[in-house]
Design a protein around this ligand. Structure first.
Ligand code: SAH
Length: 209
């Protein structure tokens, strides 16, 4: 437990100030989302491999994206693209009404489902699919979070964003990605740059287990 407290302290020092988000980082057991061999490193502020060439996001990034998404009021419906191991899903789940999460690699999705079930988080719906297309089931969403970087913002995702809704995502090629927050207004879309980041690329198509 001391390692988790140290992680929370570190995130605070790096500027994370949303107490609800910090509380989730404190309570969600990140070690169950990684291989046993890496469990001892689960509370370090680093990305770790989860198989299939993918990574569990760095805790700072999970906290920063959650905070950026929540800023501006409560969220009823959130779309997450890139479930990965499900850690970001678990952090966000109790902070929003409902999460719709999509992953293109079926084996990762199945594992994520088991962990989310184990943690008894019941407001998550899962889909094996290509997140480039979004997920019309829950649209329009008042929050969309993307955990992999395309070269530009997919129009299909913007189209599924409600008025007042926020889309937080990395954009750009390797080595020059920016984290963006796009907010849909009555008049159009506003765009804020939140900082330089490093994500795996958003890839089209799906991979069956
Ligand atoms: N938040 C996750 C991050 C996983 S990395 C975690 O903490 O584990 C990003 C994930 O996005 C990978 O699992 C990758 O397979 C997935 N991904 C990439 N392109 C995608 C797409 N078009 N649709 C859905 N998922 C995608």
């Amino acid at each position: 437990m001391r390692t988790r407290e140290r992680l929370v302290q570190r995130l605070r020092e790096q500027g994370i100030s949303n107490e609800a988000v910090l509380d989730r980082i404190r309570t969600v057991p990140r070690h169950i989302f990684v291989d046993e061999a890496l469990a001892s490193r689960a509370y370090e502020d680093t990305a770790l491999p989860i198989g299939f060439g993918q990574t569990i996001s760095q805790p700072y990034i999970v906290a920063r994206m959650s905070e950026a998404l929540l800023e501006g009021g409560p969220l009823e419906k959130v779309l997450e693209v890139g479930t990965g191991c499900g850690y970001q899903t678990a952090v966000l789940s109790s902070l929003v009404g409902k999460i719709y999460t999509i992953e293109r690699i079926e084996a990762l999705l199945e594992r994520a489902k088991l962990r989310i079930k184990e943690l008894q988080l019941r407001n998550v719906r899962f889909k094996h699919g290509d997140g480039y297309e979004g997920w019309s089931l829950g649209a329009p969403y008042d929050g969309i979070l993307v955990a992999a970087a395309p070269l530009s913002v997919p129009e299909s995702l913007l189209a599924q964003l409600a008025v007042g809704g926020r889309l937080v995502m990395p954009v750009g090629g390797e080595g020059r990605q920016q984290l963006l927050r796009l907010t849909r207004t009555e008049e159009g879309v506003t765009r804020e740059i939140l900082g330089a980041v490093s994500f795996v690329p958003l890839q089209s198509g799906t991979i069956q287990a």
